[in-house]
Design a protein around this ligand. Structure first.
Ligand code: PMP
Length: 432
């Protein structure tokens, strides 16, 4: 049955389709941390709808909230509604004290890319400047303007004239240091590099409209930025009055063990971009920003689907459960457990596994090339071997050489053990 659905879809669907190529399954239903294909095979789901399903599939509280809201109202443009008010109240309530009382929210068309676009437009409007600083290896979306901000090669292939006003800077990817330095002795030169360029007395002080960063690069290979690098970035941008946008589309909503990743870096951004999980499994996207940037005119960022009431209701339920069940604490505990076991696996297979990285429950394992077999081919083989044994996850990385785990935030220790056993067996099979 899966094969028939895959074939039927492949005849009509765009050749740009992605997930069913790497995981050829047809999904019939979900259940907590598992998905079931059309033939009744169950897979432990460490993909979670690309990070959308923060509490797994069909969490009863989120289903109940969405179902109840459907009976009331589902779509209300950007009119105020009780569901939107509750969602806003809860979301702003999750912000750290330094952002309380001075943060505005803009509802966006419900994709990460649209919210990134809104963030950049806001900063351009507020500063009257044009240039945007982005980072090598970053991913911010699939629209033309967000591809322009992407520091990955693949999304740009076959497209030209994409980068008006975007400057790329090195990101602290220590395993493959963009400056060719050793992390133990580099003094975080990547951070200082940005400062030097921006304040070069010969080049004059450049004043970009914004700098945008993923504090944990997701698509780029699960790379948490070094703390010193982020501190330097925040200090420099603050000193030069350059708004700092943090893209928390993938890292937000509790994924890293705090509600937003920036909290762990001890910085206060000017703009936060959030989407994916915040709508409790339904489409939602917002930017949260310092009120002093709120200079744009009515209608400056419109979009028909900014008022998905079902997402507001399910998102409120998500936030309630995360608080009620101590999910952030759980993310840190089960994240450390997975991390320690992946580190041990790496120690057993040092010629195959180059590095284990992550923060909370966004975890990545970067593979090495072996002989003639490229690292991305090794990653592909491990992924296929794991899928056969019942574990679903997504590739990431500059060249697809990273296994990325995005389990549900409420994944149990038993489920984590099951995933580790499957992944370990898949690695051992490929290592043979
Ligand atoms: N920013 C980041 C960090 C992302 O991971 C993604 C999606 N993977 C996006 C933006 C784009 O989100 P969307 O696909 O909803 O447009």
């Amino acid at each position: 049955r899966s094969r028939a659905l895959l074939d039927a879809q492949a005849t009509v669907e765009s050749s740009a389709r992605t997930y069913p190529r790497s995981a050829p399954i047809a999904i019939a239903r979900g259940d907590g941390a598992y998905v079931e294909d059309a033939d009744g095979n169950r897979f432990l789901d460490f993909l979670s709808g690309a990070g959308v399903l923060a509490l797994g599939h069909n969490h009863p509280a989120l289903v109940a909230a969405a179902r109840a809201q459907l009976e009331v109202e589902s779509h209300a443009l950007d009119f105020p509604t009780p569901a939107k008010h509750e969602f806003t109240r809860r979301l702003l309530g999750f912000l750290p004290p330094a952002m309380q009382g001075r943060t505005k929210i803009q509802f966006c068309s419900p994709t990460g890319a649209d919210a990134v676009d809104a963030a950049v437009k806001l900063c351009k409007t507020a500063t009257g400047r044009d240039e945007v600083i982005a980072f090598q290896g970053a991913f911010h979306g699939s629209t033309q303007s967000t591809i322009a901000l992407s520091g990955l090669r693949a999304p740009k292939e076959h497209l030209r004239n994409l980068n008006p006003g975007v400057s790329f800077f090195p990101f602290s990817y220590c395993l493959r240091c963009p400056l060719g330095l050793e992390p133990a002795t580099c003094s975080t030169n990547c951070g200082q590099y940005l400062t030097k360029v921006l304040t070069d007395p010969n080049g004059g002080v450049r004043r970009p409209a914004a700098a945008i960063i993923e504090l944990v690069q997701g698509e780029g290979g699960v790379i948490p930025a070094r703390a010193e690098f982020v501190r330097e970035l925040r200090e420099t941008t603050s000193r030069l009055n350059i708004p700092l946008i943090v893209d928390e589309v993938q890292s937000g909503a509790g994924r890293t063990g705090t509600w937003f990743a920036f909290e762990q870096y001890g910085i206060v951004p000017d703009v936060v971009v959030a989407s994916k999980a915040i709508g409790g499994g339904h489409p939602a996207a917002v930017i949260l920003y310092d009120a002093r940037l709120d200079t744009w005119a009515p209608g400056a960022h419109t979009g028909t689907f900014r008022g998905n009431q079902v997402a507001f209701a399910a998102g409120s339920a998500l936030m309630e459960v995360i608080e009620r069940d101590g999910i952030l604490h759980h993310v840190r505990r089960v994240g450390s457990f997975l991390r320690a076991n992946l580190d041990a696996l790496q120690a057993r297979h040092p010629s195959l596994l180059a590095e284990v990285r992550g923060l909370g429950l966004i975890l990545g394992v970067e593979f090495r090339s072996v002989g003639d077999v490229s690292a991305s081919e090794v990653a592909d083989r491990v992924r296929a071997a794991a899928l056969k044994r019942g574990l679903l996850f997504e590739p990431a990385g500059r060249d697809g050489s990273v296994a990325r785990f995005l389990p549900p935030l409420n994944v149990t220790f038993d489920e984590a053990r099951e995933a580790l056993a499957i992944f370990g067996a898949a690695v051992a099979e490929v290592a043979e």
